[in-house]
Design a protein around this ligand. Structure first.
Ligand code: PEP
Ligand code: MN
Length: 373
């Protein structure tokens, strides 16, 4: 349920209403939008009568029920206002969301050695990427396949971060590794296979760092938004959704079916920023560029692309990885579509005000990796 305040409602009156509502066994969340304040009520609201709440104050404009099982993730919860996820990187603040330029994220499937990860980071940075993505812990179908270099790969990601100032996106698979991963990652990735690992979701929720939540292999939109709800309910508002393809009946020519319709569907349901990963979505490097263009045209807020200095020798996901040269030309092609939809910028710093940031980034910042090691 949400309580929408009139624009003229004073802070004092809003506080009074919150106090009154807090007697009703519900959790309150105050969202200060551009025009209005919305008070979200989460919990057992079945017995609450909107009319009864309306009578608490003449400054209440409207009381609405949220008719989805996902509450905090719903667009209604923010009264139709898209949220922004702000991420601090050494190069500056980067904003994800519908009101910001498209954020490029690129890197190899796995971190293989120092030379390849630093070289890749430098090359993708030169094209305008804001984040380097690389796996230290890899979820592989076969237990005999390369599982990632683990902790030593985290050290290499940290070196690449220091060398380039790019933010780091890397996956956590196990709650036991969460703190190690969080020291290096600017955005913690929850992979498709862990999308419904609820204990992991609760833990990344409690941590507060930005989370990239990939869609499960066979997850419905609702399953996915309910997974996001776990993170939001644990107190972390910094969630980015990532469409990475789902299982359909045809796996002969493409690894997955990239569900680009998910972009407008999500837009109608949630305020959360949307990333698209056409690399896992197609499984084939030659199909990636077309899907990147389509994703930008369809309104994606961010694009994640797997690249490798020598895809033929990659320890994982070589067939879907672009060479660095192809990635460079692709970014020029992306710029054409990005400009056409008014979402392309080479400015590193977001134009958003610090006021917006303090609203969103309630997460405590993790001190530097080097200092803690
Ligand atoms: C990855 O990003 O390398 C990965 C394993 O992705 P997903 O979880 O989408 O399969
Ligand atoms: Mn991969």
């Amino acid at each position: 349920m949400i309580v929408i305040m009139k624009p003229e409602a004073l802070a004092q009156e809003i506080e009074r209403i919150c106090k009154e509502l807090s007697n009703w066994n519900v959790t309150l969340e105050k969202i200060s939008g551009k025009q209005k304040v919305v008070i979200g009520l989460v919990g057992d609201t079945a017995d609450l009568e909107p009319l009864q709440i309306q009578q608490i104050s003449p400054f209440i404009e409207q009381v609405l029920r949220i008719n989805h099982p996902f509450k905090r993730a719903s667009l209604q919860f923010r009264h139709g206002e898209p949220s922004s996820v702000f991420v601090e990187t050494p190069n500056g603040l980067v904003a994800f969301g519908q009101n910001h330029p498209i954020v490029q994220v690129a890197g190899p499937c796995s971190v293989e050695n120092e030379e390849m990860i630093v070289q890749t980071a430098e090359r993708v940075k030169a094209t305008g990427a804001r984040f380097l993505r690389g796996g230290a812990y890899k979820p592989r179908t076969s237990p005999y396949a390369f599982q990632g270099h683990g902790e030593s790969a985290l050290d290499l990601l940290f070196k690449a971060r220091e060398a380039t100032g790019l933010g780091i996106v890397t996956e956590v698979m196990d709650t036991a590794d969460l703190h190690k991963v969080a020291l290096v990652a600017d955005i913690i990735q929850i992979g498709a296979r862990n999308m419904q690992n609820f204990s992991l979701l609760k833990k990344v929720g409690a941590l507060g760092k930005p989370v990239l939540l990939k869609r499960g292999l066979a997850a419905t939109i609702e399953d996915w938004l309910m997974a996001a709800e776990y993170i939001l309910a644990a107190g972390n508002p910094n969630v980015i959704l990532c469409e990475r393809g789902i299982r359909t009946f045809d796996r002969q020519y493409a690894r997955n079916t990239l569900d680009l319709a998910a972009i407008p569907v999500l837009r109608s349901l949630t305020h959360l920023p949307i990333m698209v990963d056409p690399s896992h979505g197609t499984g084939r490097a030659e199909y990636v560029p077309a899907m990147v263009m389509a994703a930008i045209a369809a309104g994606a807020d961010s694009i994640m692309i797997e690249v490798h200095p020598n895809p033929k020798l990659a320890l994982s996901d070589g067939p879907q990885s672009l060479t660095l040269e192809r990635y460079e030309t692709l970014t020029q092609e992306m710029a054409v579509i990005g400009k056409a939809v008014g979402r392309w910028s080479q400015n590193l710093l977001s134009t958003s005000s610090l006021e917006d940031i303090s609203l969103q980034q309630s997460a405590p910042r993790v001190a530097s990796y080097a200092a803690k090691k």
